[in-house]
Design a protein around this ligand. Structure first.
Ligand SMILES: Nc1ncnc2c1ncn2[C@@H]1O[C@H](COP(=O)(O)OP(=O)(O)O)[C@@H](O)[C@H]1O
Ligand SMILES: [Mg+2]
Length: 610
């Protein structure tokens, strides 16, 4: 074949391969156009996951009649005119490619009424014809039958549910960035989001939920040309997937390696690697400082001063998280530190707020006294009655509940009967269990230890028939379309594990039963994490490839959380379970679950000779 120029239509279809990957990418382009046009109210209607139809109506500036044919041409844009414009671009679009590409792979029409025009005009993409139309203001872009003329691409489309889920993602991303615009999304005639214009916080609440905001800290920082604001979750709200991570650069949603890295670093000390923080963050800088023209869908960007941006994001986030007491820095000094130094001899001091009331005594007593009691009870020969407050006897269930624990005169059982991990003394800051054994002090990370125990027990669950706990009242919770689709697809597997799920509404799932082992886990959170884990995985591969990952997710959600106050019997039960569980010394992630400080080591800490 001799070299020849390709016809325009084919060029556009080829270009569409880059820009129009699936219905969601059409929606993104058309929605961004509506935003660029200065709209205040935007209505999105989808049919069959957007494949059958994507219709976006806005009340923006509109397109004059004479420009309508141009809007459909490649490289025709009203947003930039020079390289300088490109370097300072503030609009979402600037390449003038999207409408041409979409028109080449669908049946498209645009109806628009420019500000001040006597009536609206409609242009059809094929055949390209202008006709007068009725519309009060703004623009309606109607994209029907996506890929009807490119069957090869049509084959790559996923189920209606999945394509809709991707559209829903795009809609949320735009909606989070633009709380000043009222937005509505409907699918097959049913409204799935109705978002009035309002303050940013209300928009975040509407899209990410109350629980996100309740567990999030505001982020707000400014340095030179850089500003960041938004919300970032505390570790307790972490997720098992990245589905709640929204980062914007000058209003544009991006997934940027540099930024992701900075955020990970800020969470490094407080969040385990397999968990993902949730955040909605907006970075603003001079458009000149960032190149947005490096990716077909513009989801990646390049910063001119990448190091400065990295540092800025890291420090801003780190500060916000630390300010809450959950940050990487230990709670040294402040009111936290003072409670650990021995107060004056008589103790009229109120306990600092964060010490769990039941086990607060260790800190409320003069430290020296606690130490001597501790030492005394650990060495039977020196035992005195005073040891009883911290005595292991308390592990036996108390009949009256409020009665003081029975005294345990010979402080510890005979050495060969003493369990290796000893008996619980107290809980420290809602995180560690302190226990004494024959050798000295045992410190247990209660969440990590419990997680390990559950994990080992759950392993047997997939092999046999699970013990199932039916819920008296089904737990109902809201889910996104992706989770809905994955619940349906993996219903069999879930049931084999002991979860019985059924849709309770268009966006709600009801859980009727859970594995007995996880009966006390927060059901909604657990199931949501599982669904996220299963998402996008063909049912046949799940069991073999992701089995352990699934079990780990379940164990993590089933295990006691930090700040849950444990009773002494519960703590002792945990210690006994640990002794009985294989590999209990390490959590699922390979970190230790407990450590010991022998009396010798403690004595050395205090330069105390024997
Ligand atoms: N909803 C809309 N309201 C007003 N003008 C629009 C709208 N959608 C598209 N346009 C016009 O059509 C042009 C081409 O759009 P597009 O192909 O998406 O390219 P770009 O957004 O990169 O300029 C835009 O520059 C704009 O002038
Ligand atoms: Mg555009």
């Amino acid at each position: 074949m001799p070299i020849h120029l390709l016809p325009d239509h084919l060029i556009n279809q080829i270009a569409a391969g880059e820009v129009v990957e699936r219905p969601a990418s059409v929606l993104k382009e058309v929605l961004e156009n509506a935003m660029d046009a200065g709209s205040t109210v935007v209505d999105v209607q989808l049919e069959q996951g957007g494949v059958r139809r994507i219709r976006v109506a806005d009340d923006g500036c509109g397109i004059p009649r004479d420009e309508l044919p141009l809007a459909l041409e490649r490289h025709a844009t009203s947003k930039i005119a020079s390289l300088d414009d490109l370097e300072h671009v503030g609009t979402m679009g600037f390449r003038g490619e999207a409408l041409a590409a979409i028109a080449a792979v669908s049946r498209m029409s645009i109806t628009s009424r420019a500000d001040g025009a006597p009536h609206a005009w409609r242009i059809d993409a094929d055949p390209r014809e202008l006709s007068p139309a009725a519309l009060n203001h703004g623009t309606v872009v109607d994209v029907a039958d996506l890929y009807f003329n490119t069957p090869a691409r049509r084959k790559f489309l996923k189920s209606e549910g999945t394509e809709f889920a991707h559209c829903d993602d795009v809609f949320r991303r735009v909606a989070l960035a633009r709380p000043d615009v009222a937005l509505q999304l409907s699918h097959n005639g049913r409204v799935s989001h109705r978002l009035p214009a309002g303050p940013r916080e209300a928009r975040v609440r509407a899209l990410l939920g109350d629980d996100f905001l309740a567990a999030a800290r505001p982020v707000e920082a400014e340095a030179g040309q850089l500003r960041i604001h938004g919300f970032a979750s505390l570790p307790a709200y972490s997720r098992s997937s990245r589905d709640a991570q929204f980062f914007y650069v000058n209003g544009r949603f991006v997934r940027d390696k540099l930024v992701t890295h900075a955020i990970r670093e800020a969470y490094a000390d407080i969040l385990h690697g397999s968990r993902h923080p949730a955040y909605v963050l907006f970075l603003e800088l001079d458009p000149y400082g960032v190149d947005v023209n490096v990716h077909p869908a513009k989801v990646e960007v390049r910063f001119r001063e990448s190091r400065a941006v990295h540092q800025f994001v890291y420090h801003a986030l780190n500060r916000s998280l630390a300010a809450s007491g959950a940050g990487g820095a230990p709670m040294a000094g402040g009111d936290g530190g003072s409670s650990l130094t021995p107060p004056a001899a008589d103790t009229g001091h109120a306990p600092p707020a964060f010490i769990p009331p039941q086990q607060g005594r260790l800190a409320m007593e003069p430290a020296s006294r606690a130490y001597f009691d501790f030492a005394a009870s650990a060495r039977p020969e020196a035992g005195t009655g005073e040891a009883e407050r911290f005595s292991p006897a308390a592990f036996a269930p108390r009949p009256g509940g409020s009665a003081p624990p029975p005294a345990l005169a010979p402080a510890l059982p005979a050495s060969d009967l003493a369990p290796p991990l000893g008996y619980a003394l107290a809980q420290l800051h809602g995180v560690y269990v302190l226990a004494q054994n024959e050798g000295g002090l045992i410190l247990v990370d209660m969440h990590a230890a419990h997680e390990r125990i559950l994990y080992e027990r759950l392993k047997t669950l997939l092999d046999g028939t699970p013990g199932v706990q039916r819920l008296l009242i089904p737990a109902v919770f809201g889910v996104g379309p992706k989770d809905m689709a994955s619940a349906e697809e993996h219903a069999d597997l879930l049931e084999r594990m002991g979860f019985e799920l059924a849709p309770a509404g268009p966006q709600e799932l009801a859980v009727r039963s859970v594995p007995a082992l996880l009966a006390s886990a927060p059901v909604g959170e657990l199931v949501r994490a599982l669904l996220a884990e299963l998402r996008d995985y063909p049912a046949t591969e799940v069991i073999t490839a992701r089995r352990n990952q699934l079990l780990a997710t379940m164990a993590c959600h089933g295990a006691v959380r930090a700040n849950r106050t444990l009773t002494l019997p519960e703590m002792n039960a945990l210690l006994r379970e640990m002794e009985a569980t294989e590999r209990a010394d390490q959590c699922n992630h390979g970190r230790p679950t407990w450590t010991a400080l022998s009396m010798g080591e403690l004595d050395r800490l205090f330069l105390r000779g024997r």
